[in-house]
Design a protein around this ligand. Sequence first.
Ligand SMILES: [Zn+2]
Length: 219
Amino acid sequence: MSTQERRAAAAERILSAGPTEVPDVDGRIAELNEVRGDGRNMDAPAPSPPVDWLQRLWTPYRMAYIKGEPGSGRDQGEGCPLCRIPTLDDVAGLIVARGEHAYAVLNLHPYNPGHLMIVTYRHVPDLEDLTGAELTELSAMTRDAVQALKSASQPHGFNVGINLGGVAGGSLSDHLHQHVVPRWNGDANFMMVLSQTKVMPQLLADTRELLASTWPSRD
Ligand SMILES: [Zn+2]
């Protein structure tokens, strides 16, 4: 069987697995290494740490971000992306809702479809920097984000939180933002990771439109 045929067969096996199936981790890693398609000798021992294949799987999608290329959100020459986004229109900025002190925007590098961030307009890093009005609206928009996501896609749960400081995982830690990540049973398996990688760029615009339509009105 040629390398290309082996890749196709491995991809077929992975993609035909059910989304709620408990993953066979070692088997899946071996299969993913087979389909990684980076020109390596496919007969060589496959690298085993899951981190390795995740990086390769995401490379085409994330490389501009990692390298800090213009427009990638990490180009310091363009200033802070979370300050720049509200200057764009909603569609271009992937903005779902705007408040008086904060806005809700889709994460460009989502952990799940519908991964939102609630961001203050002011460029401040810490919770203690927020005024009472900003803190109140950050919480209110977090509530609205959860409600909009429930209406749009019936998640089974959510992760909600703020990474304070780079050491805590905050890649834009100079500008406070709260993550709202919808979760579904079985969403962390390999089927979901592969599906996201294939369809995410198109989904972002559709997801923004859907969540803007389900965002609660509180007039
Ligand atoms: Zn900023």
